[in-house]
Design a protein around this ligand. Structure first.
Ligand code: HAM
Length: 429
């Protein structure tokens, strides 16, 4: 006996049944809905070269500056456990030369992501994302269709109490003028900003709008908004996104302060927020936007792209069945008692499972009493007993358990082992 229990790493959690059923339900819905929109699944490694993320997400972001799980490989290469999926999707798109054949790719992915954040409710150090990315389409229709797919997906899961926020961050043409206007505003408010924002004001002024500290939010309440500084092309693109969303019937609210926590975005950005105050500060269920410069920045041909990612833990908290998921039910409890029963029990359990019947097989050394106790707990309709005597006769005993009496109040019937699976399936039907 050791005197210390080994626990999971802080901020990294087990997903036990029945919560794991909600995860499976979410993944099944992801495949069903995203498949209908023509998306195919992408699987990338969990570990990538660090420079993929530092270059892709941006050195000034919290993720790269403070939150990455980075370590040296044995040959000295700096590696990082992925903090998000977009940079890896772009790396795969460029590495496999997909732009050369058909630049349009629609991919989705799911898996664990890692960020060394201050752990609290809704914020973990290992969490899961479901993401979707479209490469090769610059039209506003692609942005709107992704947002619509996100709404379709969450609606299909019965999620209520979420609202979509929408913004446009402009492009390299209009961003410099906006940055200058914001910079001038922030210079006037510098004395009221936190220490981090004093620095961000110089390095990446848009980040200041993302600061959660109340003082900084107050100081920037009247800061200029990017949607007021869009060039003609970006303004037209944003108007089209909105027209498409109206056509799809998707509700949204403009959120001019939304800058997102990653540097690769241009034009459309969006977030799906939980409106219930219980969600607290960690109320962003999903976020995404356009990142037309990232493929080229990571060595590919200029390729427009747009995508989003959902936090699975935060989504699961909003899926109604999360609280109601019934435990998995066992149909038949097969017990082998005594020598010479192993072959018959193994064969019967296999035959029943092949018929789609859920079987718990107890082949332990325990006696009848202990086994029946376990059978009663399992919730099975019947116990099937194969003792030495039955096995010798080529038979098994089917016994009623509390949850399902046999017809005519009979407590037990004997059935030949040959054909027993069909006999039991008939009784369950
Ligand atoms: P993100 O906003 O950093 O975007 O993350 C997306 C979602 O992941 C968040 O809305 C949240 O639900 C969840 N999430 C993030 N951090 C945590 C955490 N520490 N604990 C629990 N959940 C968390 C991205 O990752 C972009 N790659 C999205 C994207 C895809 N943009 C374009 N394509």
């Amino acid at each position: 006996m050791t005197d210390t229990i080994i626990r999971s790493v802080k901020g990294m959690h087990d997903v036990l049944p029945p919560a794991s059923r909600t995860f499976a339900q979410i993944e099944a819905e992801m495949r069903r809905v995203f498949g209908r929109y023509g998306f195919a699944e992408l699987r990338t490694p969990i570990v990538e070269e660090t420079r993929l993320f530092s270059r892709g997400i941006g050195e000034e972001t919290d993720i790269v500056a403070k939150e990455m799980y980075t370590f040296c490989d044995r040959d000295g290469t700096s590696l990082t456990m992925r903090p998000e999926g977009t940079a890896s999707a772009v790396r795969a798109y460029v590495e496999h030369g997909l732009a050369a054949s058909d630049p349009v790719a629609r991919w989705y992915y799911t898996g664990p992501m890692f960020r060394h954040e201050r752990a609290q409710k809704g914020r973990y150090r290992q969490f899961h994302q479901i993401g979707a990315e479209i490469f090769g389409l610059s039209d506003a229709a692609a942005d709107a269709e992704l947002i619509h797919m996100l709404a379709d997906f969450t609606r299909g899961l019965g999620v209520r109490g979420v609202a979509l926020g929408l913004n446009s961050l402009g492009c390299p043409v209009c961003r410099p003028a906006y940055r200058a206007a914001l910079g001038a505003f922030l210079a006037g408010a510098a004395g009221r900003l936190c220490e981090d924002c004093q620095r961000r004001r110089e390095t990446n002024p848009l980040r200041v709008l993302d600061c959660k500290k109340e003082g900084c939010r107050d100081a920037t309440a009247d800061a200029p908004a990017s949607i007021g500084h869009l060039c003609a092309e970006c303004a037209a693109h944003f108007a089209q996104v909105r027209a498409w969303l109206d056509a799809f019937g998707d509700a949204y609210a403009l959120d001019p302060r939304m800058v997102r926590g990653l540097d690769y975005y241009n034009r459309t950005t969006f977030e799906l927020l939980a409106t219930d105050p219980e969600a607290g500060a960690q109320n962003a269920v999903a976020g995404g936007g356009r990142y037309d410069g990232l493929v080229e920045m990571l060595g590919g041909r200029p390729t427009p792209a747009v995508g989003f990612a959902i936090g699975v833990e935060r989504l699961a908290a909003l899926v109604p069945s999360a609280k109601e998921a019934p435990p998995p039910s066992v149909d038949v409890f097969v017990m082998a008692v005594g020598p010479g029963t192993v072959v018959a029990a193994a064969r019967l359990a296999s035959e029943l499972r092949a018929k789609g019947i859920t079987v718990e097989l107890d082949g332990s050394e325990k006696g009848f009493k202990a086994k029946f106790k376990r059978a009663d707990r399992s919730g099975a309709a019947f116990a099937v007993v194969i003792g030495g005597d039955e096995a010798a006769r080529g038979a098994c005993a089917v016994k009623a358990l509390a949850s399902r009496p046999l017809p005519d109040g009979v407590k037990q019937v004997e059935a030949p082992l040959d054909g027993a699976a069909a006999f039991i399936a008939g009784m369950l039907a």
